[in-house]
Design a protein around this ligand. Structure first.
Ligand code: CO
Length: 208
């Protein structure tokens, strides 16, 4: 797509919105009240709002390479803090996707420069689940499974945070792990068991 087309598209989009509701933008400017925080991959094919049918104002969105929740990443931690403590979202979603380039890169023996420390998080996920993963001989299936396990571990990382633990006690906030199947467009719920994970990690990570 030609980048100059963006502004034409924007004018069209404005006209479409105003044709449906002439107060569309004045309503939008009044504030946001999203029900959930979505943490997904930056991959250009995984169009968060579009694939979920979510309208402006309905989801707080954070995207990075391979949908990681790293506790010393000020970016994701700030997004989480703001969404949970100020916007009062009731759901936090980690959404991975099959054919994730970040996950694939972490399965290879290669020096990727500044990406090394970022992708190290995924190598750590691999190490945690090495036995299960190495038992899958089909490399494509192993790759898919690592995508799922990466989502699961990022959910665990969320549950280790004070924001999530507090909001869970206070109002029953829930963490979800999803995978987007790029081959057919389906969103798959991995059905992460939040209370079980919290109980499992609470001996060490409990902040309350
Ligand atoms: Co990706």
């Amino acid at each position: 797509m030609d980048i100059k087309k963006v502004f034409e598209n924007n004018e069209k989009w404005i006209a479409e919105k105003l044709a449906i509701d002439k107060d569309y933008f004045s309503k939008l400017s009044k504030g946001q009240n999203p029900e959930f925080l979505y943490i997904g991959c930056s991959d250009s094919r995984v169009t968060a709002e579009d694939l979920m049918g979510v309208k402006p104002g309905e989801a707080f969105i954070h995207r990075n390479i391979a949908n990681l929740v790293n506790n010393i990443d000020l970016n994701v931690m700030s997004v989480l803090n703001y969404a949970v403590r100020y916007l009062k979202v009731n759901h936090v979603v980690v959404c991975g996707h099959y054919n994730c380039g970040g996950v694939k890169a972490a399965m290879q023996a290669a020096d990727l420069g500044v990406l090394n420390p970022w992708l190290r998080n995924i190598r750590d996920v691999y190490r945690l689940h090495k036995d299960e993963l190495n038992n899958i001989s089909d490399l494509d299936l192993r790759y898919n499974r690592l995508v799922e396990l990466n989502v699961q571990e990022q959910c665990v990382n969320l549950i280790k945070t004070a924001e999530v633990q507090e909001a869970y006690k206070e109002r029953g906030l829930t963490v979800h792990g999803w995978v987007f199947d790029i081959h057919n467009g389906k969103l798959i719920d991995l059905k992460i068991d939040f209370p079980k994970i919290l109980e499992h990690i609470s001996e060490i990570y409990n902040l309350y």
